[in-house]
Design a protein around this ligand. Structure first.
Ligand SMILES: [Zn+2]
Length: 602
């Protein structure tokens, strides 16, 4: 067992093995059989649905010589000749894959065009595959255009893109376009059953349904998630384990939220969101689960007999359907769907979820019998406002800008138990110079009110672990060397390394916990795993699971900055010249937020 075993092992090697893309397979098969070949193909569709795979099969079809070396162009490449085996092994000299995401400049394209001038070395055709073609620069596109327009007869182009809208129309018009479809969860589900049966691995059916849904139409992601699930469950795939791994939300939470929204019960909505946060359950998954539930409720409201009575969830759906009027069911459904897209705009996905859910409170309830309609949120908000005002007041004296940031960052649901210094509202007198409330830091003595956002959020937040230290020492140089960038770096920075476990074949399983669902995406995990394997020069399996991440590089850096800031403020405030100035001019104040640590302060 090593990285992405299943995805690699079960990558289709012939058109027959391609799952869920029948329309493309049929069209290409017919073209190959009738020798009506185009010189440029464009495969479009989301990631992980087989664009590269179909390109490789096409290249094999064009170059296959059959088991005895006498075969010609075929829709059924033999799989054993030099062309077939070498293309499968990614080392066929006449098949060139270029990833435009990382090789997008004109130089790379010039290099490619130069190579186009030479006839194939061993095959019938040279096949150039440009993946993520929309990422090519405009110059690179233009340089390519002429070759694309009149390629030598031995050259075939395959362009692939997840974003055809960004392709130049002149390029589009020269390509024969095929749209690969995202696979339906049922298709993925049944393929997973086949694969796992072949592997002899036991799997609970609901667990496979969860994986099939989480893969969002990508078979590669589904297989990668299955690999992770096997490692997570020590060789077995159980529903509970997969739920924990995916951070997927069970129906129960979605039902609680819908019920609370039907009652306009703000406190329960906030408490439930807090529970989701505590358990690292996905905010997006919650909205998805809610949308599914609301859709069934709408069916129950209009055509009650359409519900499957053998489904154990049916009774709950019926009860909820009766509790929420049809128009509000519709409204909530569209809020849940649209709210999902908004979540990524908020750096705190749970705060984003709270906003989406509270939106319903902005609409007057149409339900006459609902207890205290619309008054509940009005009651809840002033209650929540008190701690935020108190927090703002405290900070106003030290740094108003930090106060605003703190107030914004403070989710409504938080602060049931306030830190002691936030309990008392301190009156603000303009120009007052006397000492203000002195919150104590864990390791230092009392200091003048530091910016609140520099304080650890809770006692556990500064928990340091040995693995955390190793993670930090391992990843920082990788990021500095550019081996871990962009969202992959973000994943590394927001993850807590919680365990190293033995896997099969002596391969170690490194378990990371990450709170944000977006960072748990399979492609990010795959890239981080590849970078770590390269750095460690040995195979390892990275398991990225949902859960609280306390000792992360991001938090370490944040705490280091906060400590620097604190030291800087103490230095300024105890500076004899500053002390003397403050004594001489009663109204003198340090401009809030103007104290900055300098680089060599350590
Ligand atoms: Zn062959």
């Amino acid at each position: 067992m090593t990285d992405v075993v299943l995805a690699r092992k079960y990558r289709p090697r012939s058109f027959e093995e391609m799952v869920g893309q029948g329309h493309v397979v049929q069209a290409l098969g017919n073209a190959l059989r009738s020798r009506r070949l185009h010189h440029a193909y464009l495969f479009t569709g989301t990631r992980g649905i087989g664009k590269t795979t179909v390109s490789r099969i096409l290249a094999k079809s064009l170059n296959c010589t059959g088991p005895d070396g006498s075969g010609g162009i075929t829709a059924q490449p033999c799989g054993v000749c030099q062309a077939c085996t070498e293309i499968d092994a990614d080392r066929y000299i006449d098949y060139i894959e270029l990833d435009a995401a990382s090789n997008r400049s004109i130089d790379e394209i010039r290099d490619l065009i130069e190579r186009a001038a030479y006839k194939p070395s061993v095959g019938r055709y040279k096949v150039f595959m440009i993946d993520e073609a929309h990422q090519l620069t405009k110059d690179a596109f233009n340089a390519l255009l002429k070759t694309l327009e009149e390629p030598p007869e031995y050259l075939k182009f395959v362009l692939a893109t997840t974003d055809p809208e960004k392709m130049l129309p002149t390029v589009l018009s020269r390509c024969l376009q095929f749209n690969l479809r995202p696979m339906a969860p049922e298709t993925v589900h049944s393929h997973l059953q086949t694969v796992l049966a072949a592997e002899g691995i036991a799997a609970e059916d609901p667990a496979l349904r969860l994986i099939a849904r989480a893969a969002r139409g990508s078979m590669r992601d589904a297989l990668s998630l299955t690999d992770q699930a096997i490692a997570f469950g020590a060789g077995q795939i159980a529903e509970a384990g997969v739920r924990a791994m995916l951070g997927s939300v069970d129906r129960h939470h979605a039902a609680t939220l819908v019920q609370a929204l039907a009652r306009r019960d703000g406190p329960t909505v906030l408490a439930t969101v807090e529970q989701l946060r505590q358990h690292g359950l996905s905010a997006a998954g919650t909205l998805e689960e809610m949308a599914g539930l609301l859709q069934q409720m709408a069916v129950a409201q209009v055509v009650p007999e359409a519900l499957d009575s053998s489904d154990p969830d049916s009774a709950a759906v019926q009860a909820l359907a009766a509790a929420l009027p049809p128009d509000e069911t519709q409204l909530l459904y569209s809020m849940a769907l649209q709210g999902r897209a908004e979540l990524s705009l908020n750096s705190d996905e749970y705060a984003g979820l709270t906003m989406v859910l509270l939106r319903l409170f902005a609409f007057p309830s149409t339900q006459a019998s609902a207890p205290a309609p619309a008054s509940a949120p009005a009651r809840a908000l002033p209650l929540q406002a008190t701690p935020r005002e108190a927090r703002a007041v405290v900070v106003t004296r030290a740094a108003p800008s930090a106060a605003r940031a703190a107030a914004v960052a403070q989710p409504l649901a938080n602060a049931p138990e306030l830190p002691p210094w936030l309990d008392e509202v301190i009156p603000v007198e303009a120009g007052a110079a006397e000492a203000v409330a002195a919150p104590a830091l864990a390791d230092g003595g009392p200091v003048d009110a530091p910016p609140v956002d520099a304080l650890p959020v809770d006692a556990e937040s500064s928990l340091r672990t040995a693995l955390g230290e190793r993670w930090s020492l391992l990843l920082r140089p990788l990021a500095a060397a550019g081996a871990v960038t962009a969202m992959v770096r973000e994943l590394a920075w927001q993850a807590e390394w919680v365990a190293v476990e033995p896997g099969s074949d002596g391969v170690k399983v490194w378990r990371l916990q990450v709170e944000r669902e977006t960072l748990r995406a399979a492609p990010l995990r795959d890239k981080l795993q590849a970078a770590l394997q390269a750095a460690q020069n040995r195979p390892l399996l990275l398991l990225v699971v949902a859960g609280p991440a306390r000792d992360t590089i991001a938090r370490r850096e944040f705490e280091a900055r906060a400590a620097d800031q604190l030291r800087a403020e103490q230095t300024i405030q105890s500076d004899p010249a500053v002390v003397e100035l403050m004594a001489q001019f009663r109204t003198a104040r340090i401009v809030p937020g103007s104290i900055r640590p300098v680089a060599d302060s350590a």
